[in-house]
Design a protein around this ligand. Structure first.
Ligand code: RUB
Length: 338
């Protein structure tokens, strides 16, 4: 741990403490942390540089267990880094190649959001009333793009307890001039009959098309399903989980109780257990479409995206590529992916 670069430690800590948040941003920051590791490394040999990168990757992988984007961004860079070692490349060439891989991931990620905005905006119509939950760059990209094309619609945003990310979305969208209503989660079903489309982001998409996103998303999906309201997910392909092809479950991060109730208040409830899962799982039956940078797919086609992006990945390859994923963080609860 001591040998880790301070900047890398700071990035990891910012991800853990949610100064850096949202699955896409987490992934780009993780790639950037590997880039910083390579740039600042004082290693004299390629294998030493690799060891430093592995240490950074291990630290980063433990920060937010649910964001598959994080492990996929690390996999993207580390896969190329390990190839460098296999090819016996010189230190400076290796460093340059690894830094380039990280830059590529960051650029691809930015392009993906742009493309999702363009593709998803086609599904928004004049006069729509749209509901979104939490704060998703990908979902917001669709809404922003449609608005910039001259379409006029209204937005409902649920405030998203306990961290109120919905308020961020409400500010961003209302600042653009989009008529925005902020509601509490408890009011979602009350308003659902007025909604035409729901659009949310994702932290992970499982091979069966189940979507892991901010806690409360599955409740929104249930209410949308009941009212026959379309439910769209905007997700870059690096949020699809290759591990789930092999039956692995996406871990659901459970965060500190102080996000729900202050420690002071909690002392007044000595016999109460506070639970704070950060994400939940929306079954594919409740998802109409997933908007990716490669196009729009039904959730049942998630497996095809995974096969296209990752090929036919074997258990050994997953262990080899991301060994730390197998370690269970102490505060995670494993959850069914349906
Ligand atoms: C954020 C969240 C977002 C997804 C997608 O949770 O659930 O909907 O991460 O976001 P948290 P994006 O605030 O706990 O990180 O589209 O920006 O990747």
């Amino acid at each position: 741990m001591k040998s880790l670069n301070l900047e890398v430690k700071e990035i990891a800590s910012d991800i853990r403490n949610m100064k850096i948040r949202g699955a896409g941003k987490i992934a780009r920051s993780a790639a950037n942390a590997l880039l910083v590791t390579a740039r600042r490394s004082k290693a004299k040999k390629t294998f030493e540089l690799l060891r430093e990168l592995e240490a950074s990757a291990t630290l980063l992988l433990h920060t937010r267990p649910t964001a598959v984007s994080l492990s996929n961004s690390i996999r993207y860079v580390m896969f190329r880094a390990r190839k460098v070692q296999e090819a016996n490349m010189k230190l400076e060439d290796s460093r340059a190649l690894i830094m380039e891989a990280a830059r590529q991931f960051i650029q691809n990620s930015a392009n993906a959001i742009e493309r999702i905005g363009e593709i998803g905006a086609r599904r928004i119509e004049d006069g729509d009333t749209i509901l979104t939950h939490c704060n998703s760059t990908a979902a917001s990209a669709v809404i922003k793009k449609a608005f910039s094309q001259g379409k006029r619609f209204k937005i409902f945003v649920s405030e998203t307890r306990p961290r109120f990310q919905g308020r961020i979305t409400a500010r961003i969208l209302s600042d653009l001039g989009i008529p925005t209503s902020l509601i509490v989660e408890g009011a979602i079903r009350f308003f659902m009959t007025k909604i035409d489309k729901v659009i949310v982001g994702a932290d992970a998409v499982a091979a069966n098309g189940a979507v892991v996103n901010k806690i409360g998303t599955s409740m929104v999906a249930l209410a949308a399903h009941e009212s026959r309201v379309l439910f769209f997910v905007a997700a870059e392909t690096y949020k699809f989980s290759p591990e789930t092809v092999l039956g692995k479950l996406v871990k659901i991060e459970e965060r500190d109780s102080s996000e729900v109730i202050s420690n002071h208040e909690r002392k007044r409830l000595p016999n109460v257990t506070v639970r704070n899962p950060a994400f939940d799982v929306t079954p594919p039956e409740y998802v109409d479409l997933i908007i990716t940078e490669r196009g729009i797919i039904p959730p049942q086609a998630a497996i095809m995206i995974i096969q296209r992006e990752y090929g036919s990945i074997t258990a050994e390859e997953i262990e080899y590529q991301t060994p730390q994923l197998q370690t269970k963080a102490s505060n995670d609860t494993t959850c069914r992916n349906t």
